[in-house]
Design a protein around this ligand. Structure first.
Ligand code: ADP
Ligand code: ADP
Ligand code: MG
Ligand code: MG
Length: 592
């Protein structure tokens, strides 16, 4: 079996180690040049001489090496390769002439790369990493395939593509105002701003926008561009549940006229948005293979089951199962934490939260638009922010994962484990045996926390907070930066851990699948008073009641998929949508 050897360049620090990869390598010890020093001073691992023993992977003190078997895909299907020991992408998605095509797959498997190639921003090298590619060569490579004409248009400079890149924080020029930014590519900024309801902020400097507003602005900028192909890379990041649903409707309308491609990890959203989707499988930072397109419902059901029959590929060992959440009989519910009404006054914001009961062994979700005080409420319970009136329940041990994470210490997870081993407040056994494996952190235990990717840092923070012995777990937006697979894994882990520890948990999140898998009930936050001046939180309610309260505000209804029981957004004004709205059953009334 042939091998792929990957060197994670950011993690490799050849001046700070003993070149363990080289000195322990059996072929090197036999006198073969399996690992040599390359021109940049970092090792080059020969894929032909490598015997796949994995010793270098374990010996590297920075977890910078991956050795894997080659994927099932054919070498001739490599579209792009970042260097000799770099990532490789096999195949490309195919935009439809009209309508929305999705791209669903794990972090680090080439989705953003694929979008940049289709947009004509990055010339793929077809695997020949040592020389720059040319569009003529690409046209030749795809001759006779459905992508030929696409690349011909790029080669001739005829394709007009508009892309909403994954990272939106670097997009604006210094000092740019919202109106200029959105109209940057010559489009009608006013109409685009109105469609995302940002008209009243048109003259604001972009630098002053919140993360969610910046995302909406970047989406508006793309919508304002006159193009043939529209590409949206993770449009839901930083958006609250209400804005996610709004954007979904706007993009669907665009798809009725134009060709659209969307990368998205919020499965409820992607399911509603796209007509069909490609799945990606592979190994983070090593390789990614793009499947042929599947109808949307099949694509997600396949993803949940974990087995792609046509290509004989398994991406998960265990299928993800949803349940229709019959409410627990009251007799089985014991209060674990009870809180009284609380209020918080900021100079420009006022939050009111009603009294509530958090049952033992249950995970309660917190849902609501941005800037309604969800984080403020969680901080009051965590003892980080004192309430103006009322007080957090006394005698409750809390473990708190803040919304915004920053790795302040340069320690690695392994060093944290050693430091925590003698701390009675931490269950280090559970961290090692359950949390780290379940959150797939084994491969990054030796990486300094500030060097972790956003998703890895999120998973590390959740692992550490779930390992703390507590009565109440407070997790603020734990699904941010995670891919769909990681979200579903984490949701099930939180639920299992809270149940097993007979603790209780509050989890703020915007992903409906995540909430549906993790939670037994919901608290609902709504804006109060004039624009952004106040918020009110109520609950916990049962899942169905809570979702009804939330969805009523946005006029969106969900049904359940009969096969997997996963929630699915009803098409606007479909028969089910109208029936459910008339009955006030916004969430999973009908199972058929
Ligand atoms: P995704 O969007 O699926 O998360 P990307 O397309 O951003 O994946 O990247 C896939 C992999 O390619 C990354 O894990 C990274 O290792 C590698 N990669 C991305 N961009 C570059 C680059 N400019 N140079 C070298 N490697 C890169
Ligand atoms: P959410 O988590 O629902 O998005 P937050 O609790 O973060 O909402 O914020 C609610 C409102 O409170 C925001 O309008 C924010 O500007 C305001 N706010 C939050 N923290 C502070 C603070 N430390 N000082 C003043 N205002 C604050
Ligand atoms: Mg990406
Ligand atoms: Mg918040």
């Amino acid at each position: 079996m042939a091998r792929i050897a990957i060197l994670l360049n950011d993690r490799c620090h050849p001046k700070e180690c003993q070149w363990e990869c080289q000195s322990y390598c059996p072929p090197v010890r036999m006198g073969q040049e399996c690992i040599i020093e390359g021109p940049t001073g970092k090792p080059i691992i020969s894929e032909t001489l490598c015997i796949g023993c994995g010793i270098c992977v374990h010996k590297c003190p920075f977890d910078a090496i991956k050795i894997l078997n080659t994927p099932e895909a054919d070498e001739s299907e490599i579209v792009h390769r970042y260097g000799y020991n770099g990532f490789r992408l096999y195949r490309l998605p195919l935009p439809a002439p009209q309508g929305i095509v999705g791209l669903l797959g794990p972090n680090g498997t080439g989705k953003s790369t694929a979008l940049r190639i289709l947009a004509g921003i990055e010339v793929p090298n077809l695997g020949m990493y040592d020389r720059p590619g040319s569009w003529e060569g690409v046209v030749e490579h795809f001759r006779g395939t459905a992508l030929q004409s696409h690349f011909q248009r790029i080669a001739r400079g005829e394709l007009r593509a508009a892309i909403k890149p994954q990272y939106v924080d670097q997009l604006a020029e210094a000092g740019q105002r919202l109106q200029e930014f959105v109209g940057g590519s010559g489009g009608d900024a006013s109409a685009a701003l109105a469609s995302v309801e940002l008209s009243d902020k048109a003259s604001r400097p972009v630098a002053e926008l919140s993360g969610g507003e910046l995302q909406l602005a970047a989406i508006a900028r793309t919508l304002a561009t006159d193009a043939d192909l529209y590409l949206f890379d993770e449009p839901s990041s930083y958006l609250d549940i209400v804005h996610r649903l709004q954007i979904a409707r706007i993009l669907r309308r665009l798809g009725e006229r134009k060709s659209v491609l969307v990368v998205e990890h919020d499965l409820a959203l992607l399911d509603y948005l796209a007509d069909k989707s490609h799945l990606l499988y592979g190994e983070e930072a090593a390789f990614g293979v793009i499947s042929h397109p599947l109808p949307m419902r099949t694509a997600i059901n396949t993803y949940l089951t974990g087995y792609l029959r046509d290509e004989n590929v398994r991406f998960r060992t265990e299928a993800v199962r949803f349940t229709a959440h019959p409410p627990k009989p009251p007799a089985l519910r014991t209060p674990k934490v009870t809180f009284g009404p609380m209020e918080k006054e900021y100079p420009a914001f006022r939050l009111r939260v009603g009294a509530g009961v958090l049952p033992k062994g249950e995970t309660i979700g917190i849902v609501g638009p941005n800037a309604t005080g969800k984080t403020t409420f969680v901080k009051m319970l965590a003892g980080v922010e004192p309430p103006t009136t009322g007080r957090p329940p006394p005698g409750v041990t809390v473990s708190y994962k803040p919304q915004y994470l920053k790795a302040t210490q340069s320690a690695s997870m392994r060093e944290r484990l050693v430091a925590l081993a003698s701390d009675p407040e931490f269950d280090v056994g559970a961290l090692e045996k359950e949390l780290i494996p379940a959150l797939r952190l084994d491969g990054v235990l030796d990486v300094a926390l500030p060097d972790l990717s956003g998703g890895e840092l999120q998973r590390a923070a959740v692992a550490l907070s779930l390992a703390r012995r507590a009565t109440l777990y407070l997790l603020d937006e734990p699904s941010a930066y995670l891919d769909s697979d990681e979200r579903m894994n984490m949701a099930r882990l939180i639920r299992r851990r809270v149940e097993h520890e007979s603790a209780t948990a509050l989890v703020v999140d915007h992903d409906v699948y995540f909430l549906d898998l993790a939670c037994d009930g919901l608290m609902v936050f709504v804006p109060e008073g004039t624009e952004g001046r106040g918020g009110m939180g109520e609950g916990p309610f049962g899942m169905r009641d809570g979702m009804n309260r939330l969805l009523r505000q946005v006029e969106v209804t969900f049904r359940r998929d009969p096969e997997t029981f996963r929630p699915r957004i009803n098409q606007e004004d479909s028969v089910l949508d109208r029936e459910q709205r008339a009955k006030g059953e916004y969430y999973y009334e009908a199972i058929a």
